[in-house]
Design a protein around this ligand. Sequence first.
Ligand code: B12
Ligand code: SF4
Length: 619
Amino acid sequence: MELPRRARGDELLKPGELTRIRERLRILAREHDLSSVIACAFDHRTRMLPFIFADTRMIPAGVRAIGSALADAGFAKTRIVLQQWNRNFRPSQMRLDGRIPDVFMVSSMSLHSEECMELIRDAHRIDPAHRPLIIAGGPHAVYEPYDLFSADPANPGSADVVVTGEEFVLLSFIEAVLSMRGRDESMRGAFVRARDSGILDAIPGLVYSRGDRNGAPEELIDTGMQRLVGDLDELPHPVLGYRLMEPPGRHANLSAQAMPADQVLKHSPISSLVLTFGCKFACPYCPIPAYNQRQHRVKSGDRIADEMFRLNKEFGLRLFFGADDNFFNDKARTLDIVEKLARAEFEGISLRSRARWYTEVTVHDTLLMKDHLPLVRESGCRALWLGVEDLTATLIKKGQSADKTAEAFHALREAGICPMPMMMHHDSQPLYSRGSDYGLLNQVELLRRAGAVSMQILMLTPAVGSKLLESTYASGQVFESAGGRAVRPYMRDGNYVVASNHKRPWQKQLTMLAGYLYFYNPVWLVIALIRTGTPVRKKPAYLQIFGNLGLVMTIARTSGWAVRLMLGRIVRTTRSPCSRIPMHGVDGGASSHDTSVTPIAATHPLVRRPEPLREVAAR
Ligand code: B12
Ligand code: SF4
């Protein structure tokens, strides 16, 4: 199921609403000596192609955005800890400014959710009299907020509240709780009173629990879909978040000081930046358009230039990765941004001599921008990731074909921008096809000839929040386990075959490895080292080095799964993700984040869809 859409015209905050809450909180903050720790959950078992190196060498924008929002609102006692860098961090041991923080927050993608829950459980080990208020947020919270509450009394430990939205929702929540907070009262105590008073129900974008049944919540209340900030210039500046980073370390506790500014570049040479959000396409396997309420949200070119400049000046950062869904989504807006970036000058120095940036686009929109690609390069762009998925458009039609893809890739190479394709392998695609472009190797070869500098091959995997999710489960394609090994959240990253109707799913697993091996191998590495005279210079050689190393890790991590798929019994499930705890809207009606619960009158028990399990032998 996709996230539901708010009423037409009510998807966005009113202009200036985010700015005003930031101002109000700055006044309120003077009366509250609040300290917070924000942890980023990370499961190290996910380290492999195609994201290896980017996953740990780029401080995630989500936790930085939350840190920036708090610092901007006047809560300077905030620290951001990454499990990427601090594997041994234990919330139960944390002290900030010599005391247990008032608030513990955790951000997680779905594939890191096991680590996220472990952090929450560990925070519950703190003496209840001093335990911080626990707030969870991030992509997993957006799509499966119920998963951050434990339904298992034998293994309790839940978030107090889950934020299913962005900065505005968190700031509104903090404002509401602080408005109830008495002198020296704990944030958790104030939260409980705010919750029970009903004031949280007026803040769309929250899920909180009520009642207690043997340590597990009795019910969850979903306050609905958030309103999104439309003008991204209203967001707090990203420099603030970078000042709050916990340095990498092996301790369970936090360091006395945040990471010094001159260490940031060394540990995180790439800086992810919010430039735009949203995409006009509607691919059925993608949750992004619904998350964005079909809106396209942008930052102005001036603001982006200012962010790059200040990040460069304070931390020496030169490489920026746009957190865009489709940066070329709107030609006029794109041109406005790149023109500003190409011309921007600060303190007599042009920005483009200091900053290089990269982001994601589509083939279709790249062709629309074909004549402007030299300007895009002039603005500092050096690589673009393109969702090619399947060149023959059998999987999804969004304006791509082998010819158009090759045309877009050639145009990018000519302009000196590296084309970085992202492919999606699926059941009906063979390893090789004779006389057509259908096979995976045929497509990898075609992309290589067209100038691809890197390669991403992931298996089509049902994504929570996408249109295809329920039907994929209902059709019995989704695996629960193979060869006795359960499919765990960290395996849902597209690198493992965990949903397939193919007679021999192990072949799909090996086909992906063969596709990578065809692209990343010592032969092409040597060729790339020799051929450095092209407009993209040494970049293909660097990417071959990373790719070859990453492939070794990918083979090591996924080949065992291929063996289980080949020799073991595959157990399938038709039960799509849903809340195990009764969850409903503030008025007792349907919850926005789990429609598997039939709407009820608040006084009646909740009715859940039947959850049949189907077992199918692999062979
Ligand atoms: C950049 C990016 C990456 C980079 C991340 C590098 C890095 N270290 O930052 C790379 C390329 C490595 C990557 C990899 C993957 N990614 Co990615 N990626 C993105 C992308 C495009 C931008 C992320 C970003 O910076 N956003 C900007 C920040 C500000 O937004 P945010 O993180 O959502 O945070 C906001 C809110 O969520 C909230 N929030 C966040 N944390 C918290 C915490 C608290 C306490 C609160 C209150 C609020 C809160 O407030 C923030 C500010 O608005 C997003 C899509 C998108 N546009 O967001 C996908 C996305 C995050 N990726 C996704 C996925 C699935 C993956 C992969 C599994 C690849 C795949 N198979 O598709 C891998 C996983 C790799 C790994 N081992 O972790 C999904 C996650 C879905 C989910 N349910 O978890 C997303 C959402 C795309 C999608 N399909 O919808 N990715
Ligand atoms: S083009 Fe990309 S971002 Fe847009 S809907 Fe399709 S998969 Fe999602």
